[in-house]
Design a protein around this ligand. Structure first.
Ligand SMILES: Cc1cc2nc3c(=O)[nH]c(=O)nc-3n(C[C@H](O)[C@H](O)[C@H](O)COP(=O)(O)OP(=O)(O)OC[C@H]3O[C@@H](n4cnc5c(N)ncnc54)[C@H](O)[C@@H]3O)c2cc1C
Ligand SMILES: NC(=O)c1ccc[n+]([C@@H]2O[C@H](COP(=O)([O-])OP(=O)(O)OC[C@H]3O[C@@H](n4cnc5c(N)ncnc54)[C@H](OP(=O)(O)O)[C@@H]3O)[C@@H](O)[C@H]2O)c1
Length: 283
């Protein structure tokens, strides 16, 4: 009798527990450093997004006051391109962060929430046609560019694409380094874009707090014209150059000011221009 009651109570609890809304299954997790990891999840068949957009993802948490389960969500750039069967994300681990203190422990087979409403300004539609496209990233700000760099449109729309990625330490560049290496070996992209594809993509990683072949904040390296000398390109101009910026708030503000000085104007989905900016996280 007792056993039957126990089973019945457990079953009742299971029925009362709300199902996770918009659940997707984790398929792969990679830890890059003790502060950074990436993961892949299943993609809902109906989800359409433009490379560079972000969605809200998260986990269920118990409300301390009511004891009820509710979603805890944060904005995340989709790091995979729009044609991919799965969705990839590149994430910070904030040790006392409400979401990432838990999210960093996900394993393949676990479920997470993904709200299927992609939005964002780091999209091709927000830029006017140009010759050279700059992606300026710090830290996890590389995530939307990991999507755009794997999108054939990036290479068909521009003659040259330059990714700059500034991090404190060398290990924090590894996700981007492997991304670029994989793109350069990607037979599908080569077939689609044709000869010269490899020369189109330039990669300019820098560190600020650990020794590496190129050190310094990208903003300082631009002011000193060092980036342009290293890459053998002219400083940015509104006729040729387009830019997408994604990093911490201070970086975004500083670089935005510099881009305006070069003569570029900020664009938006509804009013395309020469550059677009998005925060990599809220400060
Ligand atoms: C448009 C947009 C897109 C985003 N895309 C990503 C993404 O692709 N990958 C990602 O890891 N985060 C991204 N974020 C940040 C993300 O939404 C969360 O802030 C992050 O997951 C931490 O959540 P949390 O609840 O653990 O801590 P939170 O309470 O959200 O943050 C705590 C503190 O941690 C720091 N922090 C938060 N996120 C980062 C970060 N990414 N890098 C360095 N420091 C950070 C900040 O100082 C913040 O105040 C994005 C934010 C915005 C606004
Ligand atoms: N990365 C770590 O090892 C580490 C460890 C523990 C905690 N944290 C904390 O985590 C948070 C985020 O750290 P993060 O390293 O991911 O991101 P971050 O502080 O935004 O730094 C990322 C890169 O951007 C550079 N940068 C910052 N402001 C800039 C500006 N205005 N112009 C140009 N470049 C700029 C930094 O250079 P500078 O180095 O010159 O600032 C660094 O190379 C911080 O609150 C930090 O205290 C970081």
């Amino acid at each position: 009798m007792n056993e039957i009651n126990t089973v019945t109570e457990a079953a009742a609890k299971a029925v009362k527990k709300p199902a996770m809304p918009d659940a997707q299954t984790v398929t792969e997790v990679t830890h890059w450093t003790d502060r950074l990891f990436s993961f892949r999840i299943t993609r809902p068949a109906t989800l359409r997004f433009r490379s560079g957009e972000f969605v809200m993802i998260g986990l269920m948490q118990t409300d301390e006051k009511t004891g009820k389960e509710k979603p805890l969500l944060r904005a995340y750039s989709i790091a995979s391109p729009s044609w991919d069967d799965e969705l990839e994300f590149y994430s910070i681990k904030v040790q006392d962060g409400p979401l990432t203190s838990r999210l960093q422990h996900i394993q393949p087979g676990d479920q997470i929430i993904m709200r299927p409403k992609p939005v964002g300004t780091l999209v091709h539609d927000a830029l006017l046609p140009g010759k050279r496209l700059w992606f300026f990233a710090t830290g996890t700000g590389i995530a939307p560019f990991a999507s755009l760099l794997r999108d054939p449109q990036t290479y068909t729309d521009y003659e040259e694409i330059i990714l700059t990625h500034t991090c404190r330490e060398v290990g924090e560049l590894e996700y981007g380094r492997q991304l670029i290496a994989n793109i350069r070996n990607d037979e599908m992209l080569e077939e689609l874009i044709g000869e010269g594809f490899h020369e189109k993509l330039r990669y300019y990683p820098t560190t600020t707090r650990e020794e590496s072949p190129k050190m310094g904040r990208i903003t300082d390296l631009m002011r000193a014209d060092e980036v342009f000398e290293d890459l053998g390109v002219a400083p940015l101009c509104p006729q040729n150059d387009r830019a997408m910026v994604c990093g911490n708030l201070a970086f975004n503000i500083e670089l935005k000011g510099m881009l305006e000085e070069y003569g570029l104007r900020e664009g938006a989905n509804s009013d395309p221009a020469e550059y677009v900016v998005e925060k990599a996280f809220l400060d």
